[in-house]
Design a protein around this ligand. Structure first.
Ligand code: SF4
Length: 358
C-alpha cells in the first residue's frame, strides 16, 4: 500500500526511506523512547544538483516538512536535541571583513576587542555549560587564523575541556595542515568553519579571503581526522538561488559536515549588513527541512537568530529536522535565549537534551 510519503510530488532520494519502520511514528503511534537509536546505515547521498535542490525548495510547505521529519526519524532520535555552548575566547579586532560581523576591525560597532582568554575562566565556563546540560563546548576566536604562538594554549584548553567529558569544538579562522593536526591530536572533536553563503554570493559579503580559502581549510580539517562543523547564514540580502547554492555546496562536501549550523542573521548596526531584512520564519523552516533532506545524517543546528524566533517557529524548525541548538545567554557577541526559556520550551515539547557520546 502506498504510504503518504509515496504520494508526495518530489521523489525520495537516497537517505530517505518511506517504508522504514522508524518513520511510522511520524504518522501516529506512541512517542518513541528517548534512548531510541535509529539508524539508517545507508551512506548519505552526495552529488545533489541545483535542479534537485530547487525542486525541494519549491515543494509545498507541508509536504517538505513531512518528508524532512520522516528522513529525520530514519536517522536520529526524534525527541532529542543536541545542545552546544559557545564561548568567545578572543573577541573582536579581527582582520577579516565579513560584512555581517561586529568583531571585524574594519567596522566601527563599538565592540571592545580583547586578547585570548586565560585557561581557567575558559574551564570554568565549560564546567557551567556541562552543568546546564550542554554536551559540546565550542570555543571561538576572532582571528583570520591562529598564530603558532597561541597553539600551545589552544591545545591545552582543548585537552582539559575534553577531560571534563564534553565534546570539543573550536572556530579560529583558517588553519594550516600542521595546526589542524595539532588540534586533532589534542582531542578537538569538531572544527567550525562556515562557508556563509553560495560561492557566487561570497564576494558581496567578504573581500579579505576567498571561498576557496574556506574550502582549503575544510579539507585540512577533514584530513586531520576532526569532524567538520560547517554551515551558513541567511537573511543577508541573498537571492533564493544563493540559498540553494549554499545548501548545494554543504550537501556535496564529501562526506557532508557532521554539524551544519544554519544562522539567521542578527543585523548589527555599524556593519555593512546591519540593515538587512530578516528571513521569514516559514522560509527559514523550509531551509532547515531541505538541509535535513540533503544531509540526513548531519546535526542541523539552529544557531544565531534563535533569540528572535518564537517558540512556535523553533518547534516548526525541530519538526523540519533541526536537532541541535546553541545554549547560553550569548552567542559570541549577540544575544541567545536564556536557559529558563530553553528549558520551558523543551518541557512543552517533551524534548530532552542529547547526552555527549562516551
Ligand atoms: S566572522 Fe569570524 S573571521 Fe569574519 S570578521 Fe567575524 S570573527 Fe573575523
Amino acid at each position: 500500500m502506498a504510504t503518504l510519503i509515496d504520494r508526495l510530488n518530489v521523489p525520495l532520494q537516497d537517505g530517505a526511506r518511506a517504508d522504514d519502520s522508524h518513520a511510522s511514528n511520524a504518522r501516529g503511534g506512541a512517542p518513541l523512547p528517548n534512548n531510541y537509536a535509529p539508524h539508517s546505515s545507508k551512506p548519505a547521498k552526495s552529488g545533489w544538483s541545483r535542479t534537485q535542490i530547487t525542486a525541494l525548495m519549491e515543494t509545498p510547505f507541508m509536504d517538505i516538512i513531512l518528508r524532512a521529519q520522516s528522513v529525520h526519524r530514519d536517522n536520529f532520535a526524534p525527541n532529542q536535541i543536541q545542545m552546544s555552548q559557545l564561548l568567545s575566547i578572543k573577541t573582536g579586532g579581527c582582520a577579516e571583513d565579513c560584512g555581517y560581523c561586529n568583531q571585524s576591525a574594519h567596522f566601527d560597532t563599538g565592540l571592545k576587542p580583547s586578547k585570548l582568554m586565560d585557561i581557567e575562566p575558559v574551564l570554568e565556563a565549560a564546567r557551567k555549560a556541562k552543568a546546564g546540560g550542554a554536551s559540546r563546548f565550542c570555543m571561538g576566536a576572532a582571528w583570520r587564523s591562529p598564530k603558532d604562538r597561541d597553539m600551545d594554549a589552544l591545545c591545552d584548553m582543548t585537552q582539559q575541556v575534553k577531560n571534563m567529558g564534553l565534546e570539543t569544538c573550536m572556530t579560529l579562522g583558517m588553519l594550516s595542515s600542521e595546526q589542524a593536526k595539532r588540534l586533532a591530536n589534542s582531542g578537538l572533536d569538531y572544527y567550525n568553519h562556515n562557508i556563509d553563503t553560495a560561492p557566487e554570493d561570497y564576494g558581496r559579503i567578504i573581500s579579505t579571503r576567498t571561498f576557496e580559502d574556506r574550502l582549503n581549510t575544510l579539507g585540512r580539517v577533514r584530513a586531520s581526522g576532526m569532524k567538520v562543523c560547517c554551515g551558513g547564514i541567511v537573511g543577508m540580502g541573498e537571492q533564493a538561488e544563493d540559498r540553494i547554492g549554499l545548501l548545494q555546496v554543504l550537501a556535496n562536501l564529501d562526506p557532508a559536515p557532521e554539524s551544519v549550523p544554519i544562522n539567521a542573521l542578527v543585523p548589527v548596526a555599524g556593519t555593512p549588513l546591519g540593515e538587512s531584512e530578516p528571513i521569514h520564519p516559514i522560509e527559514f523552516a523550509r531551509l532547515i527541512a531541505v538541509a535535513r533532506i540533503l544531509m540526513p545524517q548531519s546535526y542541523v543546528r539552529l544557531s544565531a537568530g534563535r533569540e528572535h524566533m518564537s517558540d512556535e517557529a523553533q518547534a516548526l524548525c525541530f519538526m523540519a529536522g533541526a536537532n541541535s541548538i546553541f545554549v547560553g545567554e550569548t552567542l559570541l557577541t549577540t544575544d541567545n535565549p536564556s536557559q529558563n526559556e530553553d528549558h520551558a520550551l523543551f518541557a512543552r515539547l517533551a524534548i530532552t537534551p542529547e547526552a555527549a557520546p562516551d
